[in-house]
Design a protein around this ligand. Structure first.
Ligand code: GLU
Length: 546
């Protein structure tokens, strides 16, 4: 077979040479040991937690080493592509504060190693498809879907490995004339790699799992599909080579295709990147109690949009993922309570190989810790930013009462044990509702120890003695005096010991106050809340019960 003639027949439009392409993508000028990493999401319209998980690893590796982190859109599967999906990926990454140095952006490409959308790199792939054809390593395959199905059935019946290889690779040895005739007859073809029958093993470096040893590829796998668009395998090797990725961070579901990638790097004479195959995201199944893969259908938390819609702070999501990613993150956080998580020395060695457990309760807990350590101003800004998109009513309130909002957010903030009231921006709307008359509602009943007469008596006395300028000690002294006067125990333990001697305790008295002022018995410090609300609102809310 004249492979040059075959290459010319299949790729008549390819004029560039492999050297031309190499010259277009020279080595990057980066410090020694700088990492070049990327994410390569497919624009399916669904951005999942795994995309962010891998993005964080790539971002950390690149930016901790003064390297480059880029975004490549892997749009080779047009069946899965959804209108606007590229923007969805870009927006999601932006929301979560993932910064790319280069790659696809909403308004085109940024960087010298583009195009960064694979469909636009078709001409580059064809140069190497032609090269492999010239070397006798690739050939056109005309097998129809029915023929492929038939061999699959035969292989299943014979308990053989599925796929096109060896004797099943029907088009391997077609002559140039036969190929020409097929093409002239308008038959569709794909370009297949010519695999070798071998019992050799290959090995590839994996920074998470150590050296991966696997049987060498023997498959005639597809390089170019019938529309001339490459498969993931071919595009991955070419792109990560010319974009000079040092590390390829991707899900462990790609391990099984690694022999194809190793094969291509080897025949093209290129250095392999270091692979980092990350653990699949898992959760504890509520029904069975066992670990299982997160599912797109069952688990809303797999979608990144879930975190945006729930208003989970991006910082909390980062910290949560870092705790899953590096086993020493939590220890570091405890020792560095105030540090920015970007200062954590992320390392591939500390990654777990077994499934990464996504525990939403843990995320919520982390989220409370993250938000309680923020300044009130930062909480206000982040909460407002979320409300601007998801809750217009609260966005208006925050803008109408900026000072009251900050003062409210300062209640119980700071100190060694700050209050952990806010967990998500969505829940913040709930929690903060009592600070605004527009959203304030009393939803809880007064304690049962306080009948209608006691409620009236208490609020009458409280209002009569209320002086908004009292400091908190003076204020509390007055509350205690009224408590005693009304026959309630000032010390809750006295009431516990001798319940028959009292109507109730000071807990019930202060609960009445909390309910009147905030709508709930479970609320922050009454004196502080009154001062955030101001005298007028405070008196009005008390009066409603007098
Ligand atoms: N497009 C691939 C995916 O979405 C990316 C894998 C990779 O990063 O190499 O799974």
């Amino acid at each position: 077979m004249d492979y040059n003639a075959l290459a010319q027949l299949l790729f008549p439009d390819v004029t560039e040479t492999p050297e031309d392409i190499a010259a277009r993508f020279p080595d990057r000028q980066l410090p020694d040991n700088a990492c070049v990493t990327r994410i390569g999401p497919s624009p399916t319209g669904f951005v999942h937690l795994g995309n962010l998980y891998n993005a964080i690893i790539g971002e950390r590796l690149a930016h901790q080493s003064n390297g480059t982190f880029y975004l490549r859109i892997e749009d080779t599967d047009n069946k899965r592509e959804v209108e606007g999906a590229v923007e969805t990926v870009i927006n999601a990454m932006e929301y979560f504060g993932v910064h790319f140095d280069e790659g696809a952006t909403a308004d085109g490409d940024n960087g010298n190693y583009g195009p960064y959308r694979q469909r636009q790199r078709k001409a580059i792939y064809h140069v190497f498809a032609k090269l492999l054809t010239e070397k006798g390593l690739a050939y056109p395959c005309f097998m129809t879907a029915e023929e492929l199905e038939a061999i699959r059935e035969q292989q299943t019946a014979n308990k053989e490995n599925p796929g096109v290889y060896g004797k099943y690779a029907k088009c391997r040895d077609l002559t140039l004339d036969e190929i020409k005739a097929n093409i002239d007859a308008g038959k569709e073809w794909v370009l297949r790699y010519r695999g070798v029958e071998t019992d050799e093993y290959i090995s590839a470096p994996d920074a998470v799992r150590g050296e991966l040893k696997m049987p060498r590829n023997n498959m005639d796998f597809v390089l170019l599909k019938s529309d001339g668009i490459p498969t993931y395998h071919f595009a991955h090797v070419i792109d990560d080579h010319f974009m000079h990725s040092t590390h390829v961070i991707r899900g462990e579901e790609w391990i099984s295709s690694l022999p194809m990638h190793v094969e291509l790097f080897s025949v093209l004479g290129w250095k392999m990147p270091i692979y980092c195959h990350t653990a699949t995201l898992m959760k504890i199944d509520e029904e069975t109690g066992g670990k299982r893969k997160l599912s797109k259908r069952k688990d809303p938390e797999l979608a990144l949009s879930y975190y945006q819609q729930e208003g989970i702070s991006k910082d909390a999501v980062w910290e949560f993922l870092l705790t899953i990613l590096n086993s020493n993150y939590e220890e570091w956080r405890l020792a560095n309570l105030e540090a920015d998580y970007h200062d954590f020395p992320y390392s591939l060695e500390k990654m777990s190989v077994s499934g990464a457990l996504v525990d939403i309760d843990k995320l919520r807990d982390i989220s409370k810790n993250v938000i309680c350590r923020m300044t009130a101003e930062k909480v206000k800004e982040s909460w407002l930013e979320w409300c601007e998109e998801y809750n217009a009513e609260y966005a208006e309130l925050i803008k109408k009462y900026p000072e009251r909002t900050v003062a409210a957010l300062n209640v119980g903030r700071g100190g060694a044990k700050p209050r952990r009231d806010i967990e998500t921006w969505k829940q913040a709307c709930n929690f903060m509702s009592f600070y605004y008359d527009e959203t304030f509602k009393v939803t809880e009943d007064m304690p049962e120890e306080c009948d209608e007469a006691a409620v009236k008596e208490f609020f009458g006395k409280y209002i009569a003695s209320y002086d908004h300028s009292d400091d908190s000690n003076t204020w509390f002294g007055k509350v205690k005096a009224i408590t005693e006067e009304m026959g309630f125990a000032v010390k809750p333990k006295d009431y516990k010991k001798n319940p028959e001697q009292f109507k109730g305790s000071i807990v019930h008295i202060t609960n009445m106050l909390r309910i009147a002022l905030t709508g709930h018995a479970n609320a922050p410090d009454i004196w502080e809340v009154s001062h955030v609300l101001g005298e007028e609102i405070t008196r009005r809310r008390l009066q409603a019960f007098a």
